[in-house]
Design a protein around this ligand. Structure first.
Ligand SMILES: Cc1ncc(Cc2csc(CCOP(=O)(O)OP(=O)(O)O)c2C)c(N)n1
Ligand SMILES: [Mg+2]
Length: 548
């Protein structure tokens, strides 16, 4: 068959269930071949950042590869930010880009869309990918495709395939698998033995889990490991929502001074802190009440295991967890699922303010919790802003958010990608500033068969920034009537100002299927979530310790 058909079969074999794309003349042959092959459905959106976030969310929500396809130059370079987000957040996102045919480079003309040189795009993408390949020879293409796609999954990171426009219909052999990575069994055994020994010697062991346990599909195994080790477990901010389907109760989300005090104390006083698949970043540890001495922690991240002053290299996290489970026989006592405890910093769902009160972020969290208690949990796609801090007060549910890379614009496209890839109706939480960036992708919801419930935190401000620098005036975003814009994009809009209006709008939105529901929640000036308030206070306290 042709190169495109074999490429799509290889993508599908590695978990891809759709392609999100915007074509251009350098990619028309590729898009034509993709559409003709029918191997994967091709969904178009309106702006490349939206493509990237939708494909990212598809990968996070369902597992396997997310796929975005673009044209050369203007299209691909619009994808740099979503690729960077996927790199930082460890997401196996595949970028396919058309490119000039090999002979076009010989024309002697500067080509449209080119930048400094015809290779500029190739070079720029190196910095935001774990692997890449140019498919300019059908004889080498199968092996290159296998290597790059397998790297995306093994390294849990974005990759790039550049496809010159004379290649998509070239005859091509099927794509096999790349050579499996060989794990040194002796090193793995030594590592597992030492790690378990350190945990046994600790008086206060604690397990903090992060995104890698989702990326490598080992949440159930990690839940079993926690049961057999019988040690307490929590997630990092980036790991919020992990283990949610396993019956193993995380004690909550560690947020340092901005979160639950008791959990903060447990993590920071542990003498055997196991960081399993968690990134040591400011998002996860910026507001620790006391600096965690990571030298005494056990850090499992990106194929390495750091203990004390030595590092075990090339230890894949899934193999490490298997090796530890082999050393910890299951016992009936520990096989009983730990009761699902709601995170301690959760506002009780019934704590809704008086009906005629103005809505606040805390009221949004309580109303959403009340809706999910009544109708079942919904997966959440969340943007950056106070909506992300509010999301931490929701009942345990799947949460997709760029908690570390922290780019705005993620929420709405991610909600669309989540529903396309899984069929589950999402809750989308987004601020007015972020909605102004990519919220317009809602206009594609109907053609995608999506009907998210979108809660828009409309404070007419870049409020999160204002909490850090209140004296500036450039945070003002003016009055935007988003509710009125919904119908024009094929959805239903609700203008919400009071708690009573919020509860009623949520009930109507949840009851209606078939078109997106946009709750334009007008927040009073300065209304922020309790968690954002604690976070800002903690950052200020830690940055000015003498200020008392
Ligand atoms: C692509 C990008 N450009 C700028 C920024 C920097 C930023 C972080 S938070 C923020 C304000 C968000 O305003 P919004 O109204 O959406 O939410 P809220 O604070 O609750 O009012 C900005 C501009 C980031 N993170 N990403
Ligand atoms: Mg705002």
């Amino acid at each position: 068959m042709n190169l495109t058909h074999e490429l799509l079969l290889a993508l599908k074999a590695r978990g891809a269930t759709e392609i999100f794309g915007i074509p251009g003349d350098f990619a028309l042959p590729l898009f034509g071949a993709m559409e003709k092959s029918g191997v994967l459905p091709l969904h178009t959106l309106s702006h490349e950042p939206g493509l990237g976030f939708a494909a990212d969310a598809a990968a996070r929500a369902r597992g396997g590869l997310g796929v975005a396809a673009v044209t050369y130059g203007a299209g691909a370079l619009n994808m740099i930010n979503p690729m960077a987000a996927a790199y930082a957040e460890r997401v196996p996102l595949v970028l396919l880009s058309g490119a000039p045919a090999v002979h076009e480079a010989d024309s002697g003309l500067l080509l449209h869309h080119q930048v400094k040189t015809l290779d500029s795009q190739w070079r720029l993408l190196e910095e935001v990918t774990v692997d890449r390949a140019r498919l300019d020879d059908a004889r080498t293409a199968p092996a290159l495709i296998a290597r790059v796609l397998d790297q995306a999954l093994r390294r849990a990171g974005p990759v790039y395939l550049e496809i010159p426009r004379d290649m998509p219909m070239q005859a091509c052999e099927p794509v096999g698998s790349s050579p499996a990575e060989v794990v040194d069994t002796e090193r793995l055994a030594a590592c597992a033995d030492e790690l378990l020994s350190r945990l046994r010697q600790a008086r206060r062991p604690f397990m903090l889990v992060g995104v890698e346990i989702r990326r490598y599909g080992i949440e159930e195994k990690v839940a079993e490991l926690a049961r057999r080790l019988n040690i307490p477990l929590a997630t990092t901010l980036m790991g919020r929502g992990l283990l949610n389907q396993t019956g193993c109760a995380a004690l909550g989300t560690y947020l340092g001074l901005a979160g639950d005090h008791e959990l903060c104390e447990q993590v920071e006083s542990s003498d055997g802190l196991l960081l399993l698949g968690a990134i040591v970043s400011d998002s996860n540890f910026a507001v620790s009440s006391k600096r965690i001495d990571f030298r005494h922690a056990i850090r499992v991240w990106q194929g390495q295991v750091e203990m004390g002053h030595h590092v075990y290299q090339a230890i894949p996290i899934a193999e490490l967890v298997d090796a530890m489970l082999l050393r910890l026989p299951a016992s009936p006592a520990c096989s009983a699922p730990v009761q699902q405890a709601a995170p301690p910093n959760l506002p009780a769902a019934q704590e809704l303010p008086a009906p005629d009160e103005a809505v606040s972020p805390a009221a949004i969290a309580s109303a959403l919790n009340q809706m999910m208690l009544a109708h079942g949990p919904m997966p959440v796609a969340c943007d950056v802003g106070d909506c992300l801090f509010t999301a931490l007060d929701l009942l345990p549910t799947d949460l997709l958010a760029p908690g570390y890379y922290a780019t705005m614009g993620y929420g709405v496209p991610a909600g669309l990608g989540l529903q396309v890839a899984t069929g589950r109706r999402p809750l989308v939480l987004v601020g007015d500033g972020a909605f102004q960036m990519t919220g317009w992708e809602l206009g594609n919801a109907r053609s995608l068969g999506c009907d998210p419930i979108v809660v828009l935190f409309n404070n007419s401000s870049w409020e999160m920034l204002r909490t850090f620098q209140p004296e500036s005036h450039f945070h003002d975003r003016g009055e935007w009537d988003f509710a009125s814009m919904a119908a024009g994009m094929g959805g239903k809009g609700y203008k919400v100002a009071t708690v009573e209006e919020l509860v009623r709008a949520l009930a109507l939105a949840h009851a209606e299927r078939g078109r997106f529901q946009l709750l334009d929640v007008r927040l009073p000036p300065g209304a922020i979530s309790p968690t954002l308030r604690r976070f800002v206070a903690a950052v200020k306290r830690l940055s000015m310790p003498d200020a008392g």
